[in-house]
Write a protein that binds this ligand. Structure first.
Ligand code: EPU
Length: 337
């Protein structure tokens, strides 16, 4: 167990924002969590539970309350059918270590989610996704800590309200439940998802295996996305907006070949990175923040940026995209105020 007062969160957010909090509590077992709640229940309302801090923006320099972090570790097989293996991972496990475990065990389903920063506890909250796969495709159930009731319970994936980078953990369950563990349903027989972007072409000449897909995804991510140790960021800063077929065709009339992904007959996703690049923001700086040179969807900390500077930059970008295209884009990063 770790308990600190006036604690620096610099190492707890991949943006590298120099924020701090009044209290910090980290638990290494569920029993420690129970004892803490019994002793310091007064601090729980308004407490902020964080994971690897890879999707957070501390807008103010100080969080005047309790920040909680899980150091629960462990991965275990908890069940099996003819087709699937069920694997439970504790919330404090580093996500990519879980992906490496699944691949090494010959279990399929998460290899496209290789190298996404963060910890298992954030996976259902954010419904993380990349290269044609989303966490909701492989989550079977989630074990939760009920903060007010001080008890542990299980919910099935279909109760979690999963949507694109969204879940009930970000709306009506926010602050009420903390993730203790996630049970994943992984396939024994590999079924690869290789249709996104340049994955197939990047794999040309290589045998398609769980490991080679993982290696390819890691290579693509390393080329396109900044490593938090080198340049602070929170991955994609904005979600890709969904527009109607009519909106997309009028965009194409005005701006030529606008990239898009078809979601249904009526809905299309337009890459926010493209919209931002067209507004001239790619590679530009604003105070000590900026837009990444290789991927306009990523805002970066060029050194010493405050959360407020990043938020100001995001506001200007939102206004510019709205002004040029008439499209609203909104952050996927969680603002902590
Ligand atoms: N594009 C540009 N300019 C840019 C960036 C992108 O024109 O600077 C256009 C290109 O047409 C490109 C397309 O956008 O083909 C898509 O770009 P990319 O494949 O990099 O994906 P994305 O839509 O920008 C999403 C996720 C990423 C995920 C990738 C791959 C969101 C918000 N982001 O990005 O997730 O890794 O797809 O699946 O959906 C994250 O959530 O933090 C994240 C990195």
């Amino acid at each position: 167990m770790k308990w600190e007062e006036n604690y620096s969160l610099l190492k707890n957010n991949t943006f590298g924002i120099d924020a701090s909090c009044r209290y910090f509590f980290e638990y290494s077992s569920v029993d420690e969590l129970f004892s803490f709640c019994a002793d310091r229940g007064d601090l729980l309302p308004g407490a902020l539970h964080i994971g690897g801090g890879s999707n957070l923006l501390f807008v103010n320099g100080y969080y005047d309350g309790l920040v909680v972090h899980s150091a629960l570790k462990g991965i275990e097989r908890v069940g099996e059918t003819d087709d699937f293996v069920f694997v439970k991972a504790m919330s404090g496990v580093v996500w990519d270590e879980f992906v490496a475990y699944a691949v090494s065990e010959g279990l399929c389903g998460v290899e496209n989610l290789s190298l996404i920063p963060g910890e298992v506890g954030a996976v259902p909250v954010q419904n993380i996704g990349a290269y044609g796969v989303e966490a909701k495709d492989v989550i079977d159930s989630v074990e939760l800590f009920d903060v007010a009731g001080c008890r542990v319970l299980n919910v099935n994936a279909d109760e979690c309200g999963f949507a694109y980078r969204n879940s009930r953990f970000k709306s009506d369950w926010k602050g009420k439940f903390w993730v203790v563990s996630v049970t994943f349903r992984l396939k024994k027989k590999a079924e690869f998802v290789l249709d996104y972007g340049n994955i197939k072409s990047s794999m040309e000449g290589r045998e398609v295996t769980l490991q080679s897909v993982r290696d390819t995804i890691i290579r693509i991510r390393e080329e396109k996305l900044p490593s938090p140790e080198v340049l602070g960021s929170a991955g994609s800063f904005f979600m890709n907006p969904v527009v109607s077929a009519d909106c997309l065709s009028s965009l194409k009339e005005r701006f030529g070949d606008v990239p898009s992904y078809k979601l249904s007959e009526t809905d299309f996703k337009v890459p926010a990175g493209w919209l931002i690049e067209q507004c001239g923001w790619k590679g530009k700086s604003y105070k000590r923040a900026g837009v990444y040179e290789k991927q306009a969807l990523i805002l970066v900390n060029r050194g010493g940026a405050t959360g407020a500077e990043v938020a100001e930059l995001a506001d200007v970008i939102v206004k510019d995209v709205k002004g040029k295209f008439g499209i609203d884009i909104s952050p996927e990063v969680c603002y902590i105020k």
